[in-house]
Design a protein around this ligand. Structure first.
Ligand code: CU
Length: 140
């Protein structure tokens, strides 16, 4: 190996080390949750999807601003999407809901309001009707 090649190798290894140290750092909020100190959810909400409908928990979904909650969404037939939207129609988050899998997401809402749930994955002819206005109430 020539000297110039060795220099490049050292530079590439140094770049890889710095890149990984930076992106895996707990200073990056999502990495902090994933690797270092995941918040414990205050509450878990189980939502079942089947035949183009959402089955919410019997007591509904009420969440406090700033408290981590986990949504666990399962599908009994096809792939759906689980999307949460603000009152102005802008999206907060979404995830795919694969059948036969425990799809979960941890979330902290930072604004009070009534949030709408929609399927965000084309799932078949009734997909456009998969909208539940005011399904999640977030309170101070
Ligand atoms: Cu759908």
């Amino acid at each position: 190996m020539e000297k110039a090649e060795k220099r490049w190798l050292v530079i590439l290894v140094a770049v890889a080390v710095v890149f990984n140290a930076t992106t895996l750092s707990p200073l990056v909020p999502w990495q902090n949750w994933l690797f270092w100190s995941p918040p414990t959810p205050v509450e878990e909400f189980h939502i079942r999807m089947k035949n183009y409908t959402f089955q919410l928990p019997p007591d509904g979904i009420t969440v406090q601003v700033g408290e981590p909650v986990r949504f666990i969404v399962t599908s009994e037939d096809v792939t759906y999407g689980f999307g949460v939207f603000r009152e102005d129609g802008s999206i907060v988050f979404q995830m795919q809901v694969l059948p036969g899998y425990r799809n979960s997401i941890l979330w902290v809402f930072d604004e009070p309001g009534d949030y709408t749930i929609r399927s965000t994955e084309y799932s078949g002819p009734y997909h456009p009707h998969m909208v539940l206005p005011n399904a999640i109430r977030v309170v101070e």
